[in-house]
Ligand binder design. Structure first.
Ligand SMILES: Cc1ncc(COP(=O)(O)O)c(C=O)c1O
Length: 383
C-alpha cells in the first residue's frame, strides 16, 4: 500500500478526475433526481437521488477518507445526522449522553425517551463515577460523546470510554462538530461512528445546513444507508457541492480559527473585567492533558465569564464591532453568543446551573479576520 495522503491533499483531490465526458477539473453538480436504465433489468450505478447521488458521493468519500472510515451518509442537517444514528438503534435501546450535549441532541433524545422509543441518560462524562460505575449500572447500547462540549469545552477521554464500552458491547458515537476531521479523528481513537454538523467548520461559509455520519463498520454502514433512504433525509446535491467546496480549505481555515482563538484567550485571561476563560489550550483547563493527547489542535471555540453579570454582558455584546451576535459557529465570520439565553435557552435554570452555564458566560466562535483587528474589537468593548 502506498503512503497515506495528507488531509490537505485528500480535500484538494476529492472528486477530481471523475468527469469522464468533458474532463472538468471541478466535478459537475448532478442535480438530476433520476438516472436512465440502459436496458430493462440492467440497473444503472445511480438510480434515484434520494438514495444515491454522484455529487453527494464525492463529499462522503472525501469525509470518509479524512475520518479514515469505510463510508457514510450526507444528510440534510446535523440534526438529521443525529436522527439517523438514533434510527439505527433497536427499540428500547439505552443511550448515555453528555449532560452538556448540544441542545438539539438533548431535545431529540429526551423526546424519544418520553415516547418510550429509547432510554436516554444524560450524565457528566467527565466525572470519575461515569467510567467507574455509571456505565456498569446502565449497561448502555450506545454511548454518545461530544468532545469538546458546548459551551464549556469539556474534553473527555474517548479511548478510555471506548475501552469500557467494548466490555459492555456498547457502540460509541462521537459528535466531532467542534473540531472537524482536521483536528480530531474519533474512529482512529476506537469509536464506531463519527458525526458532524457540516453546517459549521466543514462547510465553513455559513451558507449550508448539512450533516454527515461516517463509520468503519460494514454492518453499521448498511443500516445507515437503509435508514437514510428510508427516512428520506439525505442531503441535496447543491448543498453537497458547496460543502465540498468549503472542505477544500478546511485545514487552512482551522489553523487561522485556532490562531485567533488563542490570541483572544490570551487577551481575555489578562483582562481585569474577565473572571474565567474556558479553552482546552489553557494549561489550567481541567481537560488540557486529554485534549493534547487526542486532538491535533485546540480549535476555534472559547468561552469566558465577564464580571458583574448580565448588564455587563449586554454592554459588551452591544458595543462589539466586527463580531456579530448569533447562535452558530465554525464559519469564516467571528460570532459571539450568550449560551444562557440563546443556544441553551431550552434548558431549565437548574439544568444550566448543574452544567455550569452562568448568566455571565459568553461564547466566541473565532473567525478568519485579522488577529489584531479582532483583539482590538474585543478589547475596546471590554474596556
Ligand atoms: C455540536 C453540534 N452538533 C449538532 C448540531 C446540529 O447541527 P445542525 O444545526 O446542522 O442541524 C449543532 C448545531 O449547532 C452543534 O453545535
Amino acid at each position: 500500500m502506498g503512503k497515506k495522503l495528507n488531509q490537505k491533499t485528500i480535500a484538494s483531490k476529492a472528486g477530481i478526475g471523475t468527469d469522464k465526458q468533458y474532463g472538468s477539473i471541478v466535478p459537475p453538480i448532478y442535480l438530476g433526481t433520476n438516472f436512465e436504465y440502459e436496458e430493462l433489468g440492467k440497473e444503472p450505478i445511480y438510480e434515484y437521488s434520494r438514495q444515491e447521488n454522484p455529487t453527494r458521493d464525492h463529499l462522503i468519500q472525501a469525509l470518509s477518507d479524512l475520518e479514515e472510515g469505510l463510508g457514510g451518509e450526507i444528510l440534510s442537517s446535523g440534526m438529521a445526522a443525529i436522527s439517523l444514528i438514533a434510527n439505527i438503534l433497536e427499540l428500547k435501546s439505552k443511550v448515555i449522553l453528555p449532560h452538556d450535549c448540544y441542545g438539539g441532541t438533548f431535545r431529540l433524545f429526551s423526546s424519544l425517551d418520553e415516547k418510550g422509543i429509547l432510554e436516554a441518560y444524560f450524565l457528566n462524562q467527565g466525572s470519575k463515577a461515569f467510567i467507574g460505575e455509571s456505565i456498569d449500572e446502565i449497561n448502555p447500547d450506545l454511548i454518545w460523546i461530544e468532545s469538546p462540549s458546548n459551551p464549556l469545552l469539556q474534553v473527555v477521554d474517548i479511548q478510555e470510554i471506548v475501552k469500557k464500552s467494548k466490555k459492555k458491547n456498547a457502540l460509541v458515537a462521537v459528535d466531532n462538530t467542534f473540531l472537524s476531521p482536521s483536528l480530531q479523528n474519533p474512529l482512529k481513537l476506537g469509536a464506531d461512528i463519527v458525526m458532524h454538523s457540516t453546517t459549521k467548520y466543514i462547510n465553513g461559509h455559513s451558507d449550508v445546513i448539512g450533516g454527515a455520519v461516517i463509520t468503519n463498520d460494514a454492518k453499521i454502514l448498511s443500516k445507515l444507508k437503509f435508514w437514510a433512504n428510508n427516512l428520506g433525509i439525505t442531503g441535496s446535491p447543491f448543498d453537497s457541492y458547496l460543502t465540498l467546496r468549503g472542505l477544500r480549505t478546511l485545514s487552512l481555515r482551522m489553523k487561522q480559527h485556532e490562531q485567533n482563538a488563542s490570541a483572544l484567550v490570551e487577551l481575555l485571561s489578562n483582562h481585569p473585567k474577565v473572571s474565567h476563560v474556558y479553552y482546552p489550550g489553557l494549561k489550567h483547563h481541567p481537560s488540557h492533558e486529554i485534549a493534547k493527547k487526542q486532538q491535533s489542535g485546540f480549535g476555534g471555540m472559547l468561552s469566558f465569564e465577564i464580571k458583574n453579570g448580565l448588564p455587563e454582558v449586554k454592554k459588551f455584546v452591544d458595543d462589539l464591532k466586527i463580531l456579530s451576535l448569533a447562535g452558530s459557529l465554525g464559519g469564516f465570520e467571528s460570532l459571539v453568543g450568550h449560551p444562557y439565553t440563546m443556544t441553551h435557552a431550552a434548558l431549565s435554570p437548574k439544568q444550566k446551573k448543574d452544567i455550569g452555564i452562568k448568566k455571565n458566560l459568553i461564547r466566541i466562535s473565532a473567525g478568519l479576520e485579522d488577529t489584531e483587528d479582532l483583539l482590538d474589537a474585543v478589547k475596546k468593548a471590554l474596556d
